[in-house]
Design a protein around this ligand. Structure first.
Ligand code: FES
Length: 274
């Protein structure tokens, strides 16, 4: 995983954790305010229910203890259901709490969505998809697929890596800008399929033995070196290595090089496609 991906992943994790914290805070505040409101209403209800009982006992002073023994006990007072009206101040406080809560929850939901989307975007890269290291296959088999019986070549295309694997003469590397940047291994190099002009996918032309972009006509030889057109540099290439006989393409590390002054292969070797 590259440094950029690590930073992006860290930001995504922070966003998700922040969202969880905001949700937790909003829920706790809601619970606390609900608990306080319940106590207040309950206390007020008890106070109001107690008053009629006191008044009824005080308003009948002529009744003594003997009469109360002779007559059946009076019916307990029917509880009075009261509607508690909120004052304008209380109403304003409730509405403000609701708005604060709604804002917090909405913001938290947005952050959670953003964080989860970012994680989903990065997840394939962590599992070896484009943006990470990709096993292109056995080096011997790749070379067998590249070199044709008539002496021509056909790049070995790795769709998952969006890469053309092409041969590269390592004896000539000292004359180029490709030395020391980890883009050549066991006579192979991995070219990014994207044109460095405006990003079209560059197809291979078998007759000319080069890459020719259909969008604006840029041309590159079989080693991905600039030959013609508006492209500002050679085709970009990925860092590669061979591990246990298998070619590993690191699509998280892209190397760009200026237009080649010294060409390592001849171009064109036949009729152009464009
Ligand atoms: S995008 Fe390839 S030449 Fe313009």
């Amino acid at each position: 995983m590259s440094a950029g991906q690590a930073v992006a992943l860290g930001i995504a994790l922070v966003v998700v954790l922040s969202s969880a914290a905001i949700f937790t805070l909003a829920y706790r505040r809601e619970s606390e305010s609900r608990a306080v409101g319940t106590l207040d209403k309950e206390a007020r209800r008890r106070t109001r229910l107690r008053k009629p009982v006191e008044v009824s006992a005080a308003s009948d002073p002529g009744v003594d203890d003997e009469d109360s023994e002779a007559e059946p006990a009076p019916e307990p007072p029917t509880p009075i259901r009261e509607v508690i009206e909120l004052s304008p101040a209380e109403f304003g406080e409730t509405r403000r709490q609701f708005l604060n809560r709604a804002t917090g929850v909405s913001f938290g939901a947005f952050l959670a969505f953003f964080g989860i989307t970012s994680l989903a975007f990065l997840w394939p890269k962590l599992q070896g998809g484009f943006g990470g290291k990709i096993d292109a296959g056995d080096v011997t088999e790749i070379k067998a697929a590249i070199f044709q019986p008539d002496g021509s070549i056909e790049p070995f295309y790795v769709a998952q890596a969006k890469t053309y694997v092409v041969p590269f003469d390592e004896d000539a590397i000292s004359e180029t800008d490709f030395g020391g940047i980890g883009v050549v291994a066991e006579g192979l190099s991995g070219l990014f399929q994207k044109c460095v002009h405006l990003g079209c996918r560059v197809p291979w032309c078998s007759s000319s033995q080069g890459f020719e972009c259909p969008c604006h006509g840029s041309k590159y030889n079989a080693a991905g070196e600039y030959e013609a057109g508006p492209a500002p540099r050679n085709l970009d290439r990925f860092a590669i290595e061979v591990i246990d006989g298998r070619l590993i393409i690191n699509t998280g590390v892209v190397r760009d090089t200026p237009r080649a002054k010294v060409k390592t292969v001849q171009y064109p070797q036949g009729v152009n496609c464009l």
